[in-house]
Ligand binder design. Structure first.
Ligand code: SAM
Length: 232
């Protein structure tokens, strides 16, 4: 965890581009993000368009921000880290579970062939789809629904990024991972620190899992994730 720093450095020229450049250097490069494709994508995507207008000045700060419906857009570093771990290739189909604002989907869309993103809160899915369309992202499909089940019609996926935490990894997501694919997912109990994990499916179908860092995400909701937790 790092102290919040919410200045955007607005000035003449393209203020958002200057703020993004500062974000990339001070929050991403400084913390070890070194994939140049990811850094370039983070320099390009206009994060201020994905946050509520009243918070646009804070869009490039070092923190998550509220987007309504008790949900958040993740901290820029976490978006960059998950993207770097997912390693989306230009011809990959990528699945995201937890569209939220659509920002992570846009970063993935800069790097992958096709992005499929699922959001359980319908008004968020609708708004994210509109934002992405207005910005010209024609390779992203957003649908409203429970991402626990993945999106089998478009599987297998070269990478899957989950931005809400289940207590156990949903088996359908492992099934829908292509051989050679990567699943990046926070896993852990409700209202506690979770582990950011990467699961790689080798060409022979075997799964290899590693823990990257402790994180704090909103819980994966929906019937199946709730059943896995054993909640009443
Ligand atoms: N990736 C988002 C972005 O770039 O703005 C941030 C996502 S926010 C941390 C997590 C999102 O996951 C929330 O919008 C939440 O409604 C959604 N979510 C939670 N459970 C879900 C589920 N079972 N299926 C799909 N989305 C879910």
């Amino acid at each position: 965890p790092v102290a919040a720093c919410a200045q955007t450095g607005l000035g003449s020229g393209d203020p958002a581009a200057a703020a993004r450049q500062a974000m990339v250097e001070q929050q991403l490069v400084a913390r070890g993000i070194d994939d140049t494709r990811v850094l370039d994508a983070m320099r390009r995507v206009p994060r201020h368009r994905f946050v509520p207008e009243a918070l646009a000045e804070q869009a490039y700060g070092d923190q998550p921000l509220p987007i309504g419906h008790d949900q958040t857009i993740s901290q820029p570093y976490i978006v960059a880290l998950m993207t770097q771990l997912a390693r989306p290739a230009p011809d990959d189909r990528v699945l995201e579970v937890g569209t939220g604002s659509g920002y992570q989907a846009a970063v993935l869309a800069e790097l992958a062939g096709e992005v499929y993103s699922i959001e359980i809160v319908t008004p968020l899915a609708t708004r994210a789809a509109l934002t992405l369309r207005r910005l010209g992202y024609s390779n992203v499909a957003v649908r409203s629904g429970d991402g626990y089940a993945g999106w089998p019609e478009h599987a297998p996926f070269g990478a899957i990024v989950v931005t809400a935490a289940p207590e156990r990894i949903p088996p359908p997501l492992l099934e829908q991972l292509a051989p050679g694919g990567r699943l990046v997912i926070p896993v852990g109990p409700l209202h506690a620190t979770q582990e950011l994990r990467v699961v790689e499916k080798r060409e022979d179908g075997s799964l290899h899992e590693r823990v990257v860092i402790p994180v704090r995400f909103v819980p994966l909701t929906g019937e199946a994730a709730t059943r896995d937790r054993g909640d009443p």
